[in-house]
Design a protein around this ligand. Structure first.
Ligand code: HEC
Length: 194
């Protein structure tokens, strides 16, 4: 069983220069995105008669008059990391530096935790998942850490969030060890000093 190395070369240079941070805009974008994705999946009403599973080839389906929309990736993996996962996980890793002081700030943190959780899900999506094994485990770890962080943020439990650091960082490093090109040769992943 040989590891496939697909997709590694694609993106490294994208978006390097512009490390701008605008969490609230991002947050909106990401929540809208995940919301839209989620809304599509389970809602379709149950068909009166079960449709035959595979009658048409994908090409034929795409060409049909009213194609059903499917989720389609917008950002590269590198962009997901740099624009969302990296800054939002930093908000968890470094929460003790500036703990949330009021409801507004706790709500903001909830949004970041939620985005981490849902981006974990997003990375498990067909077309994004790079295999059906380790990748899914690492993405799931991120999703679970994000979900736990959301629960703690709702409870305004600072120590709870601090306690998630190890799980969170494990999701980053495990996936990076397996899938990130040249991992270990440069610093810049997970908690870097600022
Ligand atoms: C399920 C897999 C997976 C998880 C989980 C994951 N990453 Fe990544 N990450 C990648 C891959 C793949 C790349 C390489 C992207 C590329 O360059 O194509 C990457 C690249 C990065 C980069 C470099 C992006 C660039 O282009 O310079 C950063 C920063 C990063 N990840 C941060 C994180 C942090 C922080 C976490 C955990 C909170 C995390 N990642 C969790 C898969 C993952």
């Amino acid at each position: 069983m040989r590891e496939r190395r697909r997709g590694h070369a694609e993106i490294t240079t994208v978006a390097k220069g512009t490390h701008m941070r605008s969490p609230s805009v991002l947050l909106l974008a990401s929540l809208t995105m995940t919301g839209a994705t989620l809304a599509q999946t389970p809602q379709t009403s149950a068909p009166a008669t079960p449709a035959p599973a595979t009658t048409t080839a994908p090409e034929a389906q795409a060409a049909s008059a009213t194609p059903v929309p499917k989720p389609a990736p917008v950002g590269t993996m590198s962009e997901l990391m740099l624009r969302v996962i990296y800054p939002y996980s930093d908000a968890m890793f470094y929460i003790q530096r500036e703990p949330p002081k009021n409801d507004v700030e706790w709500n903001e943190l909830q949004g970041k935790a939620l985005a981490l959780a849902e981006f974990g899900n997003l990375m498990m999506m067909p077309g994004r998942a790079r295999d059906q094994d380790q990748w899914l485990r690492d993405a799931k770890l991120l999703a679970e850490a994000g979900a736990a962080a959301l629960r703690f943020a709702k409870a305004k439990d600072l120590e709870g969030i601090v306690g998630l650091n190890e799980q969170l960082v494990t999701s980053c490093t495990s996936c990076h060890m397996h899938y990130r090109p040249n991992y270990g040769r440069r610093r810049g992943q997970a908690p870097t000093q600022k």
